[in-house]
Write a protein that binds this ligand. Structure first.
Ligand code: CMC
Length: 369
């Protein structure tokens, strides 16, 4: 089947999508989006159940203490060209982190969980440092500030000041919504990688490389490019009609699994509206809502998780080429859960291919070719 559409490639107890309902460990995304924090999601995904107060506090403490980066990561970040691709920078940094972890090849349950916490916390600190160093600002070290969540820490490290509670809360909801999504392309890549009994870092690096593509995680940045191109609500109709006439893809619409709407999109839409009103500028939200209406009317396609995230991140003042990196920070929780599940009951993932090329039974000597 082209693109493995509809193929069940593994069993998992981490998340499910059935009849358009997304659940993490059996809890619906509706409950999680409105009631859970990102740290609760991390615990739920990794340990299979919701944490009690003590367990949540301990996990938070571990995450926050683990966010401090090895000094040489900052040296590496200074070597990058400021204009270099931010996802490629993140991918290299995560690979580089391998060299500072003496438990890399220990695949025991306890060591895998310790590494998961280290990587999760450090990714957020790395993304913020990428931005600060490329804009000639001093990076802020996580142990120099007091924060209560990864979302708050990230925004603070990025901007150099304590974020408004609404901004931290909005980002937290985005992290919850992007955390896990069954056997999406990047998660599959991470499972394939660690099924060779390679290490967790390699699994995350494979996943980042896969998320980077515009048909997957990079769609959010492409949506922002589209909204900027359109510029004003008066141009939406002509712009979308042109795209449809040229048979171009409209980023942030359609989904391999959801054919009747992505259940995460409505929460991002609400957030985009709320943040736009908070910022006193609903232009991007208004254009997005109009695009949604037109694309549904003309193509029957509905927005996916990436569509309204573009406006949410823009209202949060996050540079556009970091959108996919935020997706990566969040999805690391899901990637990790799958890597841990794969290691727990490993079988090498090695499918077959149907050969459709020619057969040559006679060797052709070089002088006869
Ligand atoms: N704009 C225009 N047409 C589309 C779109 C779109 N966004 N999505 C699907 N279609 C059309 C497509 O042209 C095809 O039409 P036809 O049968 O006439 O050739 C039909 O719908 C089926 O599309 P497909 O590409 O075969 O379906 P798929 O399941 O392989 O694609 C998808 C899923 C997400 C790659 C696709 O919908 C797409 O390219 N969307 C835009 C990129 C995007 O937003 N990606 C984010 C996905 S969700 C979060 C994530 O994974 O990061």
């Amino acid at each position: 089947m082209s693109g493995l559409t509809g193929i069940v490639a593994c069993e998992t107890a981490i998340s499910s999508i059935e009849n358009g309902v997304l659940r993490y460990r059996g809890y619906t995304i509706d409950d999680l989006a409105t009631k859970a924090t990102f740290e609760e999601i991390i615990y739920l995904l990794w340990y299979g159940r919701l944490p009690n107060r003590l367990e949540l506090t301990a996990l938070k403490q571990d995450l926050l203490e683990s966010a401090v980066l090895p000094k040489k990561i900052y040296d590496l970040l200074h070597l990058y060209e400021p204009w270099g691709n931010a996802m490629a920078k993140l991918r290299t940094c995560v690979s580089f982190l391998t060299h500072f972890d003496d438990e890399v090849m220990d695949h025991s349950f306890a060591a895998d969980h310790r590494k998961a916490i280290r990587i999760m916390a450090r990714m957020a600190a790395i993304v913020a440092a990428i931005e600060r160093i490329r804009t000639d600002l001093e990076p802020i070290e996580p142990d120099a500030i007091q924060f209560t969540s990864l979302a708050e820490m990230f925004l603070w490290l990025l901007k150099g000041e304590k974020p408004e509670p609404l901004a931290a809360k909005a980002l937290d909801v985005c992290l919850v919504l992007h955390a896990e999504h069954e056997l999406n392309a990047s998660t599959f890549a991470s499972r394939v990688t660690v099924s060779t009994m390679s290490d967790i870092y390699s699994g995350i690096v494979s996943a980042i490389g896969t998320l980077k593509g515009p048909l997957h995680g990079n769609a959010n940045e492409q949506v922002a490019n589209m909204l900027e191109d359109i510029g004003d609500i008066s141009r939406v109709e002509e712009y979308i009609a042109g795209k449809i006439a040229r048979k171009e893809r409209i980023m942030g619409f359609g989904h391999r699994v959801y054919k009747h709407g992505d259940p995460r999109a409505k929460y991002l839409k609400e957030l985009a509206k709320e943040l736009g009103e908070w910022r006193g500028d609903t232009r991007w939200y208004d254009m997005s809502a109009k695009i949604e209406q037109l694309v549904f009317a003309k193509k029957g396609l509905m927005p996916n998780v990436d569509f309204y995230s573009a406006s949410v991140y823009t209202y949060l003042g996050i540079p556009r080429d970091l959108f996919t990196l935020i997706f990566a920070i969040s999805r690391t929780s899901g990637w990790m859960a799958h890597i841990l599940e794969q290691h727990d009951n490993n079988k090498l993932i090695r499918p077959r291919a149907q050969y459709i090329g020619k057969k040559h039974d006679q060797w052709l000597p070089i002088e006869d070719r």
